[in-house]
Write a new protein. Structure first.
Length: 660
């Protein structure tokens, strides 16, 4: 709905909203667009919004101000120029366009503004002028309607003006100064214009579509809308054969929402949905539709059966009778535990949690409903236990619903329109492809015609004149008999032109890329030549290379040098208008071949040289130390050992030896 779209565009980008457990921020949104006036009050918390109330006026919008201006000038021109503007639809449309421009100018200027239209009717030029004060006086009746919806939403929500955090205005007509003045005066605060007045609704719609679509990932944001008009159901009562009714969704009830209604019937019956207050509606027809609950039969005992009907207002604000089920009672064996199989069908409405609410409508002969759970209750007293009663279990049977909804297309009509839409989409796709093919021909003609006397001039021989003539003929054909041809015709025409133009363009591209390719090949040749020279000079870096392999590299480098010089000389003396002697691909292939054969030889790593292993002495450690310690131990005079201490001589540390 429009109110939720504007609020979503506001709330989803706000980073300073109160936390979910804090008091919500209340904002009023005033949307005065081209064709209607809508006011809504919304409560924001971080990650969610809830619409509290809405009010409408479908007779107040930008077009209504345009009508007053157009009527004023129609009367003025009739007196001043004797012109009946309404007799000429084209003149009337031009007048409306100028009135809309004048209205926008008056929003920014309070002085007299001119209105001039040349050759308005019967080759007569008309002119007039108007200022903002005169405009507001003419529109006093419309401006008086501004406060009505504002007062209505405040009464519905029972909020005080100091409870309002901000008042956001959107819509093109909200720029009229007199309207802004009345809204600001009503709330006693400065109006906020953080939203784009023209794009707020469209942006909110796009965000809502992205949330509903599985193809997009959008920030988590919960939206609770309201039912703008109260909805009721009426039916033929089974008890007194009269009409009964019930308000199912009162005004400003949360949406999306489902309710389960219980009926007692022995035959099929019809539910009629309608809006309670027809005066609030934009159109006088308050009927929503009729829903026939079929296949209803009495119980086996002849009593009225229990029928559960689920009614729903979905996320789009559309009311429907979504399902109906017959609850059959089946007697169970004595002592068997009761089983309740009556379940409410769960729906997944784009991850928006659905609230359920049961409402019992006693419309048959039975006035009470016995719960199957009574048998589970235990009496904790001293009375002797009574005999067990037979338990009862139930099962549900889905019932078909025949819907006849007002202003809604039948399934057959809807399928036909969907099929036609698919055909039109395919037709649009084919038309786009056909236009693209035509545009490719036209683009190629213009591009080649300019380049033939520009960058491609040196690469064209005597075929230039013939090709230019063919391009000119193709251009004339495009604007005459080739204006509306099939896609394949344009593809063939482009291929015919490219057959002549592509070789010319290829010669140009070869000339552009050839120097770079030769430069790269020359750089590699020089690099390998330097390495060969370094090897011959017996530099340490390359002394590990194999002599035969280096000789082979030297040979290949010299051959590549001779090949490159030969091709360069031939190409320099060759006419650019002819196919090149050597192509860029051949030069690149030569460089790749040289790299593949030479690089493994010259980039061969040096073999690693391991340090010599330390030899151990045959007689073991030196001076009572291990060989490693002996090397690191500094030489020092023998320290005297104290008298009486145990002396450890070096001999005691020598290894034991067997003497033969």
């Amino acid at each position: 709905m429009k109110s939720s779209d504007v609020t979503l565009a506001y709330g989803i980008y706000k980073q300073d909203l109160p936390a979910p457990e804090e008091k919500p921020r209340t904002v009023v949104f005033v949307d005065l667009g081209h064709s209607g006036y809508q006011v809504s009050v919304c409560a924001f918390n971080k990650g969610k919004l809830k619409i509290l109330a809405t009010a409408f006026d479908s007779d107040l919008g930008g077009k209504d101000f345009d009508d007053i201006l157009a009527n004023h000038f129609c009367e003025e021109f009739a007196k001043k120029y004797k012109l009946d503007v309404r007799s000429k639809p084209r003149a009337l449309v031009r007048l409306y366009q100028e009135c809309e421009k004048l209205k926008k100018l008056m929003s920014a200027n309070s002085s007299d503004l001119p209105l001039n239209i040349e050759c308005f009717m019967n080759d007569i030029d008309v002119s007039s002028k108007l200022n903002r004060g005169q405009f507001e006086e003419m529109c006093a009746g419309l401006l008086a309607k501004v406060e009505g919806p504002l007062r209505s939403v405040m009464e519905q929500t029972k909020l005080k003006k100091e409870d309002i955090y901000a008042v956001e205005i959107v819509g093109g007509a909200s720029r009229i100064p007199a309207i802004k003045e009345r809204i600001g005066k009503f709330f006693g605060k400065e109006l906020s214009t953080t939203l784009n007045a023209d794009e707020a609704v469209a942006r909110g719609c796009a965000l809502q579509c992205a949330i509903l679509s599985p193809a997009f990932k959008v920030r988590e944001f919960s939206i609770t809308d309201v039912v703008p008009f109260s909805i009721s159901l009426k039916w033929n009562s089974a008890a007194d054969a009269g009409l009964s009714d019930c308000e199912v969704f009162p005004k400003n009830h949360a949406a999306p929402f489902s309710k389960v209604l219980t009926f007692y019937r022995s035959e099929p019956f019809t539910l009629e949905a309608y809006y309670n207050n027809a005066k609030e509606l934009p159109c006088p027809d308050a009927n929503i539709g009729q829903f026939l609950i079929q296949n209803v039969v009495p119980q086996a005992t002849g009593e009225s059966a229990k029928v559960k009907v689920k009614v729903r207002v979905n996320i789009h604000g559309v009311f429907s009778v979504s399902s109906a089920s017959l609850v059959e009672v089946v007697k169970a064996v004595d002592g068997e535990e009761p089983m309740e199989t009556d379940q409410i069908v769960k729906e997944d409405e784009s991850k928006i949690q659905e609230d359920q609410e049961d409402q019992k409508l006693q419309t048959g002969d039975k006035k009470t409903e016995t719960s199957t759970e009574d048998g589970k209750q235990e009496k904790k007293n001293d009375q002797p236990p009574q005999a067990k009663k037979a338990k009862v279990k139930t099962k549900t049977v889905d019932l078909p619903i025949q819907s006849k909804v007002q202003w809604q297309l039948s399934s057959q009509e809807l399928n036909t329109f969907l099929e036609n839409e698919g055909k039109m989409i395919m037709q649009d796709k084919l038309e786009k492809e056909r236009n693209d093919a035509k545009n490719n021909v036209e683009e190629y003609v213009y591009e080649m015609r300019d380049k033939l006397h520009g960058v491609l001039e040196k690469f064209v021989n005597e075929e230039r004149d013939a090709f230019s003539l063919k391009l000119e003929d193709t251009e004339n054909w495009l604007y005459e008999e080739g204006e509306d041809q099939q896609k394949q015709v344009y593809i063939d025409k482009l291929a015919e032109l490219k057959k002549i133009g592509q070789p010319i363009y290829s010669r140009y591209m070869e000339a552009e890329e050839r120097p770079k390719a030769f430069e790269e090949l020359g750089r590699r040749i020089q690099m390998y030549m330097k390495i060969v020279e370094a090897y011959k000079a017996k530099e340490e870096q390359y002394d590990h290379l194999d002599e035969m392999e280096v000789t082979q590299v030297d040979k290949q480098v010299n051959e590549a040098m001779i090949w490159m010089n030969s091709k360069l000389n031939q190409q320099n003396s060759h006419d650019l208008a002819l196919d090149p002697v050597v192509k860029v691909g051949e030069i690149q292939a030569k460089a790749k071949e040289l790299y593949s054969s030479c690089n493994p030889v010259v980039s061969k790593p040096k073999p690693k040289v391991e340090p010599p292993k330390e030899e151990k002495t045959e007689n073991g450690p030196v001076n009572g130390l291990s060989p490693e310690a002996a090397e690191t131990e500094p030489s020092s005079p023998t320290k005297a050992t104290p008298a009486g201490s145990k002396q450890e001589t070096t001999e005691s540390k020598l290894p034991e030896m067997d003497i033969d």
